[in-house]
Write a protein that binds this ligand. Structure first.
Ligand SMILES: [Zn+2]
Length: 84
């Protein structure tokens, strides 16, 4: 099995996978990472891939924290009338 983003894995790609990244605009970088941006799938560079991954991670964590923060508040609201 070849590595997907280096060596034999990129030999079949046009220009060995090198080109201009549509997201950051850097030229002559390897654009091998398929990502869906605004509905269309584009090939972006390694850095943009990592950046988007981090953004997604942050958002997932934020939504999880928001759900956790909302849940106890709801429980407290439903419990309060039962106690009184
Ligand atoms: Zn990029």
């Amino acid at each position: 099995m070849s590595k997907a983003h280096r060596g034999t894995g990129v030999r079949t790609e046009f220009n060995h996978g090198r080109g201009k990244c549509p997201r950051c605009g850097t030229e002559n970088v390897k654009v091998l990472y398929e990502k869906e941006i605004d509905g269309n799938t584009v090939k972006i560079c390694k850095r943009c891939n990592a950046e988007l991954k981090n953004i997604a991670k942050k958002e997932a964590r934020a939504s999880k924290a928001a759900a956790a923060a909302a849940a106890p508040a709801e429980e407290a609201a439903t419990e309060a009338p039962a106690e009184a």
